[in-house]
Design a protein. Structure first.
Length: 268
């Protein structure tokens, strides 16, 4: 693994932290001097989580499609598509900065909705950009999943705190982490795990996009709870059902045919 890639990762992590500090200082001019501390207390840990994930997964910065028997070749830089995905993570960290803040005034109240809308739009294009540029990497795929799950944890939490989504919506926010933790535990106790039964599901991708749209709309100070609460309950149901179905499949309770038990690899 080259030092160039490590330097690139370090620069991105440091630059992201610097941007968050700058945003906190700029926001202090609009919201008062007490904003930077609580904002950074929420934003920096989330960005640190993204940075730790990037640093630990940097060894996967190679193309997904390789010839059979060919060793993966590490790419010396992160590439534009991965940087777009990391920018999504930075936007989610900025949203997390609002979690510890009191309800902001009219101007700042629009910021989380705008940020999450940008995150959701970028999610539609970072993968397309990677395919267009021939930069579809394992690292990029892993970061994409991580930022999707992180966004659907942080943004709904803020919406719940601001009484724009119902508290039970956080069940959906926790579903990915509970699923991953359950698989990790089964591997550790040598229980059967059938990872080949759950591939990429277009329906799951579609419903994830619906969740992002719903959460973005709920974060804007426009729709009343009388609309967002029922909508959230309806939208979350099929996604939770997909998690339950995948759990039944991966643990061997569904789809027993043509499966090979995998109980030694880390699913995360």
């Amino acid at each position: 693994m080259g030092f160039a890639l490590e330097r690139a990762c370090g620069r991105v992590i440091a630059a992201g932290a610097g941007i968050l500090v700058a945003l906190a200082l700029l926001g202090a001019d609009a919201a008062g001097p007490r904003l930077p501390g609580p904002f950074l207390a929420g934003a920096l840990p989330v960005w640190a989580a993204v940075g730790v994930f990037l640093w630990r997964a940097r060894k996967d910065n190679h193309r997904v499609a390789i010839q059979e028997g060919e060793a993966p070749v590490m790419l010396p830089d992160l590439g534009l598509p991965t940087l777009v995905t990391l920018a999504r993570g930075l936007g989610i960290a900025a949203i997390a900065g609002f979690v510890a803040l009191p309800r902001p005034g009219v101007a700042l109240a629009w910021v989380p909705g705008l940020l999450y809308t940008a995150v959701a739009i970028a999610d539609r294009y970072d993968g397309r950009l990677a395919r267009r540029l021939g930069r579809v990497t394992v690292l990029g795929d892993r970061l994409d999943v991580m930022t999707d799950a992180l966004g659907l944890l942080v943004a709904p939490l803020l919406a719940v705190l601001w009484h724009r989504l119902p508290p039970w919506y956080l069940l959906l926010s926790a579903a990915y982490y509970l699923f991953s933790a359950g698989l990790w535990l089964r591997v550790r106790i040598c229980a059967p795990v059938y990872l080949e039964r759950i591939g990429k599901n277009p329906a799951a991708r579609f419903f994830a996009g619906c969740q992002m749209g719903l959460v973005a709309a709920a974060l804007f100070p426009v729709l009343p709870a009388s609309i967002t609460f029922p909508a959230a309950t309806v939208f979350m149901t099929p996604t939770l059902a997909l998690f339950v179905r995948d759990w039944l499949r991966v643990t061997g309770r569904m789809g027993r045919e043509n499966s090979t038990q995998l109980s030694s690899r880390n699913p995360t």
